[in-house]
Design a protein around this ligand. Sequence first.
Ligand code: SF4
Length: 334
Amino acid sequence: MSTSSIWHQIQRQNFTRLDALATFLELSSEQRSLLLEDRSDFPMNLPLRLAQKIIKQTLDDPILRQFVPQIHEREFPADFTADPVGDLSSRRCPKLLHKYHGRALLLATSACAMHCRYCFRQNFPYESSSSDFSEELHAIKSDTTIQEIILSGGDPLSLSNNSLQSLLTSLAGIPHLRRLRFHTRFPIGIPERIDDELIRLLSTHPQQIIFVLHINHPREIDPDVLHALNRIQRLGIPVLCQSVLLKGVNDDEETMLSLCEKLINAGILPYYLHLLDRVNGSAHFEVSKERGCQLISYLQNHLSGYGAPKLAQEIAGEPGKTIIYLHSLDSLQT
Ligand code: SF4
């Protein structure tokens, strides 16, 4: 069996039915009543290996909270919207977003290995009528200011190696394009995705590649995940990590310190700690800026300079991510 067949087969083992997961996790009927059944617009999708990391008989688990829909998703406070980061207004082509100078984001696919309940792109009207990128590639070729393409989605590693090869070959032919950045969460759910064929594709690509992982809790990291990521690192590809600050998941000093230590021990640099993007149904995850600053201050006092991420917020219409500095805390509190 090819390695691609193996990870496709693993993907089919994902939990997509709440009743099956609730039984697996031995949840009581009272706990089951707090789960949200009717999110057909953004259904549960949870890889088996992540489900196996959830502590049973409780809803108070950082992995469960991130991936299992709960009734709090029905709460829609003011300031929470369908498109909190202004993706729609930056849509230059059906699958190309252009917000910031020098780089643009390619929506390589709508598919992910898992569905994160706080995902700011969960309402995005992905283009589904065409799987080719001709319009987007033409737009990138026509704009010589674009030096970097962020391969996102969805998750770009949801594409098959054949599709990825075809896309990478097209991007390699654009002379002003210097860097490709993969934004992915796939390896923490299905590390087998980093297979021989993908490694071959990455190792022969002529432009600089950068990997940015999305990991929020130290329990998402294990030897299999690190082994897979190390295969990428051994190609000389920088591997960074961005996290989202989430209530009940990673909003305490011990968890964030453990996460950053696990990352830097593996040579993965913590890059951003994002404040929550206020997408509808995610209010129960929100942590304040002040608390975010306290956590970053703690990390800076306990880690080497490279070991603490920057606290960041995406504000629609701004020319880049807004970095929240500790010395701005006083003004935040006024
Ligand atoms: S993997 Fe990324 S794009 Fe996919 S649901 Fe999670 S946060 Fe959203």
